[in-house]
Design a binder for this molecule. Structure first.
Ligand SMILES: *Cc1c(COP(=O)(O)O)cnc(C)c1O
Length: 414
């Protein structure tokens, strides 16, 4: 396996052979030596330093953490020893802000040494595009092309994908999400484009998006241990296995994590993997938790590498599959019983909690419910308060270009 510096892995995204990058050795971090009660940016600095040892970015990690994590990672009580890890207080109200903002900091620092302008191409149907656009908006030496399918994004999603301009170009593609992905792939192979730009991608396979996701598990597990003198147990809504990989990685670094429950929507690949012990990717199906509509989770490769013995993986973790009707029931029940409004992704974790006998879980909340008003308001029969950040985004003027799913049409604008 080729070994490269972490900054090169961040610039490239994917290895030449199509594989994903992982840390060569997983740093061991003694959480007892980390002071109690420090802020998330301070904690993330301590945690991430260990992965950048000897790299040109190491001296910038501290600054990058304070710029990237300029919004709260909130931990709230759900009663008893149960907690909610709220990851959606960033500028686009979804947990993808955490990874996208740290990636943006890294690429800005690294772009200075490149001979060409950096062009980031992203095919998106959900939260990724908005988080990436927001993270790179008005950043020098970085240009972003967002491709989204004409049919297949909701009006509020479209508003968040097209409210940018400046160095962010949005393309509405006449076709499906798969057409968008195909276009991005063929753009990456186009020699003329490669001559003009340094091309990279910003999807969740980039290691710079994953590492800060491990940081919030490390942070919340330490906080849990400090409060209850017990290791934490998580329920994590996941699709591409990126969110949950962070939990596995934090545990591997030595943080007090006893159990990980993977909550998925009706896409069965992960739950079939746990029952049949073979990984069989399949086509994705559409669900209400649409940011988790993944049939071939790319980070599975990283999890399988970490746990070459499936029985060890199964000792630590399990999967609960949640259907759309269970998502709907859960949104309704949680609102009626606890007075909390949750998004359809977060609802998979709440449903899974009901299926489990034991208590004392940290449920991971991945998006603000106001991003999914179309689904939630009819269920709870009530208007959802929209955070100011989202209102501000959706009220901006729209700018985007409509193209057919043809490479030459895309290239004409880049
Ligand atoms: C992307 C996303 C997920 C799933 O994250 P993975 O990294 O694909 O596991 C869950 N919830 C929301 C709101 C998301 O945007």
């Amino acid at each position: 396996m080729p070994k490269i510096k972490i900054s090169q892995a961040i610039l490239t995204g994917l290895a030449d052979d199509g594989g994903l990058f992982i840390p060569e050795t997983i740093p061991q971090i003694d959480q007892k030596k980390i002071p109690q009660g420090i802020s998330f940016p301070e904690f993330a600095d301590l945690f991430l330093q260990a992965f950048f040892e000897g790299d040109e970015l190491q001296k910038h990690v501290s600054d990058m953490c304070s710029s990237a994590f300029n919004f709260p990672i909130k931990i709230s009580s759900l009663g008893g020893k149960n907690q909610l890890l709220e990851l959606y207080h960033g500028p686009t109200s979804a947990f993808k802000d955490v990874g996208a903002r740290f990636l943006s900091e890294c690429l800005q620092k690294l772009s200075g040494k490149l001979q060409k302008e950096l062009l980031i191409l992203v095919a998106t149907s959900g939260d990724t595009g908005g988080a990436v656009a927001s993270a790179f908006y008005k950043k020098r030496a970085c240009r972003v092309g967002l491709l989204f399918p004409k049919a297949g994004v909701s009006p509020s999603q479209k508003a968040q994908l097209t409210c940018w301009g400046e160095n962010i170009q949005s393309f509405e593609v006449s076709g499906s999400f798969d057409d968008c992905q195909r276009l991005v792939k063929s753009a990456f192979q186009n020699q003329a484009l490669k001559d003009k730009y340094y091309l990279t991608s910003a999807n969740s396979i980039n290691i710079a998006r994953l590492l800060p996701q491990a940081a919030y598990y490390a942070y919340s597990s330490k906080n849990y241990f400090d409060s209850f003198s017990k290791p934490a147990k998580y329920i994590v809504p996941t699709g591409n296995m990126g969110n949950v990989y962070g939990a596995f990685l934090a545990k591997a670094c030595g943080f007090p994590i006893a159990e990980i429950v993977i909550a998925t929507n009706a896409n069965k690949t992960i739950s079939d993997f746990y029952t049949e012990e073979v990984y069989k990717p399949r086509a994705s199906i559409k669900t209400l938790a649409n940011a988790m509509d993944v049939g071939a989770p790319s980070n599975m490769e990283r999890i399988q590498y970490m746990y070459r013995d499936i029985s060890k993986l199964k000792q630590l973790s399990s999967v609960i599959l949640v259907t759309d009707s269970d998502i709907q029931k859960t949104i309704k029940n949680v609102h009626a019983k606890d007075g909390i409004v949750i998004c359809p992704h977060t609802a998979t974790a709440f449903f899974a909690k009901e299926m489990l006998d034991s208590d004392g879980w940290i449920l991971v909340a991945t998006a603000h419910p106001a991003k999914f008003t179309e689904v939630i308001e009819p269920l709870i029969q009530q208007k959802i308060d929209v955070p100011d950040v989202l209102n501000e985004l959706t009220s901006r003027p729209k700018s985007y270009t409509s193209i057919n799913a043809q490479l030459d049409e895309l290239l004409a604008f880049l």
